[in-house]
Design a protein around this ligand. Structure first.
Ligand code: SAM
Length: 300
């Protein structure tokens, strides 16, 4: 039986052996509890016919659990200093490929085609670097990779916003940007004590599952996100007010906004946080003719 990387003693040993100083700026809070890792991996439902994509292997704590459960693991790590460490700690596993890259700069689609073409079932599983959680998720979703879903650890506050339902104070444009593509739920909350060093915030693991049917079909997805973001600019204001200030030349087009709200049966005095994604979809389509050219002219 191979010793787990993710115990306090073994992690200390590895860090000491390589004289590795953790970088806070890269979100380097490593997991030191094998039970948490087993739990994360079990939520991903992997078999030897599946592959996993990981962001930020660190010293390989989660990577080795993925390597044991999946057919293949491709893991993106930004910190060059970790490459020799990973070559050592992951040497018992022949199904792991480490890509030295900033995930935000990486051509994940090309890596996917090159490394994972044989796998029909692919999951993203990661203990994310918290400082870039949202850009990473949005990039992976916008790239439209053929993944079944994601099981990812992040700051609890962000997890709550991503999984929030309409009518709650956490619900906002991030909930919509993610739930448009994926069904989202909190799989577990995680205490600070399972990390080295413990982060300053609480953590949670969320599970995202690709929708079999789109939650709503719209003329233009980016325009839907523009409308949803614009509806939350000032949470206490009405949807009419927010859209007037956030849409291009919105004030001059108040009547058009009112007409779109009326057409879609949305009371102009409601607040953005009460609208479902389906309502945002209908509203975006109703605003599309008036605003699309104005927006595209200014922003594209
Ligand atoms: N998976 C390990 C664990 O659970 O112990 C480490 C997780 S640690 C929270 C985040 C990891 O992401 C670090 O190894 C860090 O160097 C890496 N990282 C930070 N920013 C990154 C980026 N933009 N692209 C790829 N990896 C990144």
């Amino acid at each position: 039986m191979i010793k787990d990387i993710a115990t306090p003693v073994r992690t200390q040993e590895i860090l000491k052996k390589y004289g590795f100083a953790l970088k806070k700026s890269l979100g380097q809070n490593f997991l030191i509890d094998p039970n948490i890792l087993r739990n994360i991996v079990s939520h991903a439902g992997l078999t030897k016919d599946s592959a996993a994509i990981e962001i930020g292997p660190g010293i390989g704590a989660l990577t080795e659990h993925l390597a044991r459960s999946a057919g293949k693991v491709v893991s993106f790590e930004i910190d060059q200093r970790l490459l020799p460490v990973l070559a050592d700690t992951l040497s018992p596993y022949d199904n792991v490929r480490i890509v030295h890259s900033d995930i935000l700069e990486a051509d994940v689609d090309a890596v996917f085609k090159q490394e994972l073409a044989d796998f029909k079932d692919v999951m993203v599983v990661a203990n994310l670097p918290y400082y870039v959680t949202t850009p990473i998720l949005l990039k992976l979703l916008h790239d439209r990779l053929p993944i079944r879903g994601m099981v990812v650890m992040m700051q609890k506050e962000v997890a709550d916003r991503i999984t929030a339902k309409p009518g709650t104070k956490e619900y906002g444009s991030l909930s919509i940007a993610i739930q448009y593509y994926m069904d989202a739920e909190v799989a577990m909350t995680v205490p600070r004590t399972v990390f080295m060093p413990p982060p300053n915030v609480d953590s949670a693991v969320i599970k995202l599952t690709r929708r079999t049917e789109p939650i709503v079909t719209v003329k233009d997805e980016d325009f839907l996100f523009l409308v949803s973001r614009g509806s939350f600019v000032q949470r206490r204001k009405t949807i009419l007010n927010n859209l007037q200030t956030s849409l291009p030349e919105g004030k001059a087009h108040k009547e058009d906004i009112l007409k779109a709200l009326e057409e879609t049966g949305i009371n102009p005095t409601r607040r953005g946080e009460t609208l479902s994604i389906q309502e945002f979809g209908a509203l975006a389509d109703a605003l599309y003719e008036t605003f699309y050219e104005l927006w595209r002219g200014g922003n594209k």
